[in-house]
Design a protein around this ligand. Structure first.
Ligand code: FAD
Ligand code: EPU
Length: 337
């Protein structure tokens, strides 16, 4: 029987470094251990699955059971002449999976290098960066239903992936423990340098015919130069999602704000939230122990002793000022608990 501990500090388990306590806490290495832990506690309502804690803001002590996911293992489950299907247990570190695939020259997730967190959390918000998203390579996942303790499969359609979104953030929120994820990769990789900065770094390095290892290294360089390292300064990456507005709204705003960037999408125009927040004067601004980062306005930080409540309050102030100035609502990406 896996030991369920009482009153455990979650500070080491979230990248914001917020010091709250979990009433109950258990680390699980297998689905069997998880089922055993769930059968041995009285209440199942207050459950939180924790991966790397890199997309969570704790605002108070957690009055329930926190399940820290340590399921490990990466295996090739199927291959053809041109493709491989790799299944990874959900507690694997996402970037370790990327490095494994790059080392085998299996192409498809190199643009997603260095995203913090675990494999199991990757489908939750359909992680994305530098011109790629998990959904581009996603095959299927297995998940344990936390109510009836039965395992079921989800294919890509059933996951209903969107921009930083999936069924696990909507109708199925909090109902499943994702135990493994299968991705479909290319043995003859198609290099994706559509994101301008990757092209620039490869050029600087004099690389004309990049391999996926080159792309991965370029992405790591860009990320290290742009995003604060949570080990040095607490953060959870982009705090908000980039909002999508209509073409008409964008053109109207452009009349006043000539330099407002925007990227045309299927549904309208995506405006960088970082630009909106910077334009409201928040970039680099410090309020007590929290603030908006000096190099990336979209990243809210903990200078050391911030409470989750302080960071949440700052995020509300930022949302208000963006709404007042531009009439645009920006939604949080980070899961606020
Ligand atoms: P956690 O924070 O532990 O959990 C996130 C949510 O998923 C919670 O609701 C949790 O309950 C749930 N969850 C976790 N594991 C499971 C599971 N096995 N089953 C069911 N539910 C589960 N994200 C991007 O998309 N692109 C980026 O470029 C990016 N850059 C980042 C940069 C930095 C510096 C940081 C700190 C974060 C960044 N993020 C980015 C956000 C974060 O890395 C991702 O959201 C990541 O997938 C979170 O993984 P995690 O294991 O830490 O999840
Ligand atoms: N910008 C500003 N000021 C800022 C920051 C950004 O004006 O302080 C503007 C610039 O115009 C810049 C544009 O925003 O060109 C885009 O900035 P960046 O390339 O840094 O990307 P982002 O839109 O801020 C998104 C993701 C990141 C992902 C990068 C790279 C979201 C919410 N964020 O950031 O994901 O790594 O693109 O693809 O979509 C995360 O989700 O946690 C995350 C870090």
């Amino acid at each position: 029987m896996k030991a369920i501990k009482n009153n455990v500090s979650l500070k080491p388990y979230n990248t914001f470094g917020i010091d709250v306590a979990a009433q109950l806490f258990v680390e699980v290495n297998s689905i069997e251990e998880l089922i055993e832990a769930l059968r041995n506690i009285d209440f199942k309502n207050e459950l939180l699955i924790l991966g790397g804690g890199s997309n969570i803001l704790f605002t108070k002590d957690y009055n329930g059971l926190v399940i820290k996911n340590n399921l490990k293992g990466i295996k090739l489950i199927k291959e053809t002449e041109s493709e491989v299907w790799i299944q990874a247990a959900s507690g694997e570190i996402w970037h370790d999976l990327v490095l494994y695939c790059v080392s085998k020259n299996y192409g498809g997730i190199e643009n997603l290098s260095l995203i913090p967190g675990t494999v199991g959390a990757a489908p939750i918000q359909n992680i994305g960066a530098y011109g790629a998203e998990l959904k581009d390579v996603f095959d299927s996942l297995e998940a344990l239903n936390l109510n009836d303790l039965k395992v079921r499969d989800f294919n890509a359609d059933q996951c209903r992936f969107g921009y930083r979104d999936s069924v696990f953030k909507q109708g199925a929120k909090g109902q499943y423990f994702i135990s493994n994820v299968t991705i479909r990769l290319q043995k003859f990789p198609i290099i994706n340098t559509s994101y301008g900065a990757i092209h620039t770094v490869l050029n600087q390095r004099g690389i004309i015919h990049p391999t996926i290892a080159d792309v991965s290294a370029a992405v790591c360089e860009i990320r290290n130069s742009k995003l604060p390292n949570p080990v040095v300064i607490g953060n959870a990456g982009s705090f908000f999602k980039n909002p999508e507005i209509t073409q008409n709204q964008y053109l109207e705003l452009k009349r006043t704000y000539h330099d407002m960037p925007g990227y045309t999408t299927e549904h309208g125009v995506k405006v960088p939230a970082g630009w909106l927040i910077e334009s409201c004067g928040w970039k680099g601004k410090r309020i007590g122990e929290t603030g908006s980062h000096k190099d990336q306005a979209l990243v809210l930080v903990n200078y050391g002793h911030a409470t989750g409540e302080e960071i949440k309050n700052l995020s509300i102030e930022i949302q208000k000022s963006v709404k007042d100035k531009f009439g645009i609502s920006i939604q949080t990406e980070v899961n606020i608990i």
